[in-house]
Design a binder for this molecule. Sequence first.
Ligand SMILES: *[C@@H]1O[C@H](CO)[C@@H](O)[C@H](O)[C@H]1NC(C)=O
Ligand SMILES: *[C@@H]1O[C@H](CO)[C@@H](O)[C@H](O)[C@H]1NC(C)=O
Ligand SMILES: *[C@@H]1O[C@H](CO)[C@@H](O)[C@H](O)[C@H]1NC(C)=O
Ligand SMILES: *[C@@H]1O[C@H](CO)[C@@H](O)[C@H](O)[C@H]1NC(C)=O
Ligand SMILES: [Cu+2]
Length: 673
Amino acid sequence: MARSLMFFILFSIFAISPISCYTQQHPLDPLTANELTLVQAIVKKSYPPPKHNLAFHYVGLDEPDKPILLSWLSKPTSKLPPRRALAITRIDRQTHEIIVDLGTKSIVSDEVYKGIGYPTLTPDEQTVAIQLPMSYGPFIKSIQNRGLNVSHVVCSCFTVGWFGEERKIERVVKLQCFYNENTVNLYVRPIEGIKIVVDLDEMKIVDYVDSHKVPIPKAEGTDYRFSEQKPPFGPRTNGAVILSKGKNGLDIDGHVIRWVNWQFHLAFDARVGPVISLASIYDTEKHKHRTVLYRGHISELFVPYQDPTDEYYFKTFFDCGEFGFGQSAASLIPLADCPNNAVFLDGYYAGQDGTPVKVPNVFCVFERHAGDIMWRHTELGIPGKVVNEARPEVTLVVRMVATIGNYDHILDWEFKPSGSIKVQAGLSGILEVKASEHTRVDEIKEEIYGTSITDNTIGLYHDHFLTYRLDLDIDGVDNSFVKKRLATKVATGKDTPRKSYWTVYSETAKTESEAKLQIGLKPSELAFENPNKKTKAGNNVGYRLIPGALIHPMLLDDDYPQIRGAFSNYNVWVTPYNKSEKWAGGRYLDQSQGQDTIAVWTQRNREIENKDIVLWYVMGFHHLPCQEDFPLMATLSGAFEIRPANFFESNPVLKVINSRPPMHLLNNSSSHH
Ligand SMILES: *[C@@H]1O[C@H](CO)[C@@H](O)[C@H](O)[C@H]1NC(C)=O
Ligand SMILES: *[C@@H]1O[C@H](CO)[C@@H](O)[C@H](O)[C@H]1NC(C)=O
Ligand SMILES: *[C@@H]1O[C@H](CO)[C@@H](O)[C@H](O)[C@H]1NC(C)=O
Ligand SMILES: *[C@@H]1O[C@H](CO)[C@@H](O)[C@H](O)[C@H]1NC(C)=O
Ligand SMILES: [Cu+2]
């Protein structure tokens, strides 16, 4: 590999030094197409097909241990930390975890995973599996019996979950099929009454039952392509035209992104999509970059549907672990998914045979001029004088969209000059629906587990629990989690007419159990503080969590899906850093039994005070479908933010310098500062 021949002119984005130089490869860079090919070659050499049945389910960077990376960053040399890949493979019906050293081109370790659960499905095996019914006699007969044409049937793979069975030995999925005649919106036209189970390792149908018929919802009004719409049209909007053109202050150097006062590393991962590392912010008073986030990414998404009947009960999905957000990423559409000033980046993941697959435009990075106010004040209190000051909010957004079957998940990381990082998730795409005999709500007598959204169509109730892993390093590695509880106090003094006021009780969480919180129920502020660094006023340097899109689970604790998705039991968890604790629902989600969730890890109740700690934040939605979600839903977004709180000595954007917007876009030269 070229890596060993490379020259490095080194610059640490995490170091104190503001000097910026060119880096050829950063230790956190995702595997390149060449590196993926190398992993493929090395593993194939040990398990040559066709002698061995070999499939790659995940290949990604096995990033250096944090202490090793931090020490390299503090004193970068031309000798990079060892560059390694993790390959999760299925070889002859067993799951292998293979670590490959890309420098020595050798396998460092190869362990068979004998525990519960299976790796992420590959897109390739799903493509093959959904074709099986098309040549399966009983299925063709079922379709003909319904008066349908097989050439308009498409199927989709659904993971089967776990419902208290003894350990399963087969890696199976269920297929559900849809009718896409006269529409591309297949998901709203399910063919009910057919159960198809496929063994993915054998790649054959192992169970088939045709139990009943339900009319297929009509195609009319389901297509969402502009070319298929009929009048009346509208509303008319200005589309994606925005004021500011060009790259602005954005500097993308390999995977290192610098913008205004932020710098961070952006990597693509097949399982979770965007990974933000080493985010630090420049402090103009201290003349240095200060660390905020060592590593942040979505960890898991749990989507339990609420129809407990035989055909739908198993729909309790884990989209990152079962399907992979990165390998399900869509290519972003310029001027629609991202504005005209966006810069697009590509991503690579390993296909099932190990060959790199390119996802063009997997990320876009753009400066956002949302028209919001960063800060302002009008002062009318000074006689004979009006002071009117305002500054526009300008931010940087990193975006990826993961499309898992019917749903589109828009993942945004937004960096604000004020020091905030806003993490937003948007949902769009198509509802999961069930066909029904009924055309109107008033005909329905039985429980339908959803909303009747159009003729013969029920949008099923479900939840989206998104959990994020944020390894915060607030101005240093060791931090504490401080709960600032607000409580009403009775005013007793004789010198006040007030009966009450509120005050704050701070409590530092000593162990993991003290950091498991359902929030939104009682007023509190949650802070991540560096107890080893103080402001001039004597406060601990810190960041605060601004929660959003709060959600609490509704299933019983001992219900099987909830055991598997136990990370949704709390909105906030704080754990001590452990490199292998990345996936809140476990590494092997397909048919998992909750054996490896954050609820299990935290039973150790480890100490978290003044340690390298990790925040896990769960946000989401109880989705009670409505008619506007049909035939395709407008984006529903939720977000949380981490925001400086006693991190800076004072407002860090007081002295912001805004450059003028391009003159040719202004009619009047009235913009000034
Ligand atoms: C089924 O659909 C295909 C493709 O549209 C068409 O060519 C074929 O004639 C149809 N078959 C029947 C029996 O309608
Ligand atoms: C890291 O986490 C894994 C999984 O919870 C655990 O098995 C391992 O012992 C942990 N390592 C340390 C050093 O705590
Ligand atoms: C600004 O200029 C454009 C192009 O010359 C013109 O179409 C538009 O009406 C003007 N807007 C205003 C508010 O004068
Ligand atoms: C904007 O341009 C118009 C037409 O030239 C002029 O009458 C007006 O005074 C200008 N306004 C400002 C604020 O410069
Ligand atoms: Cu939903």
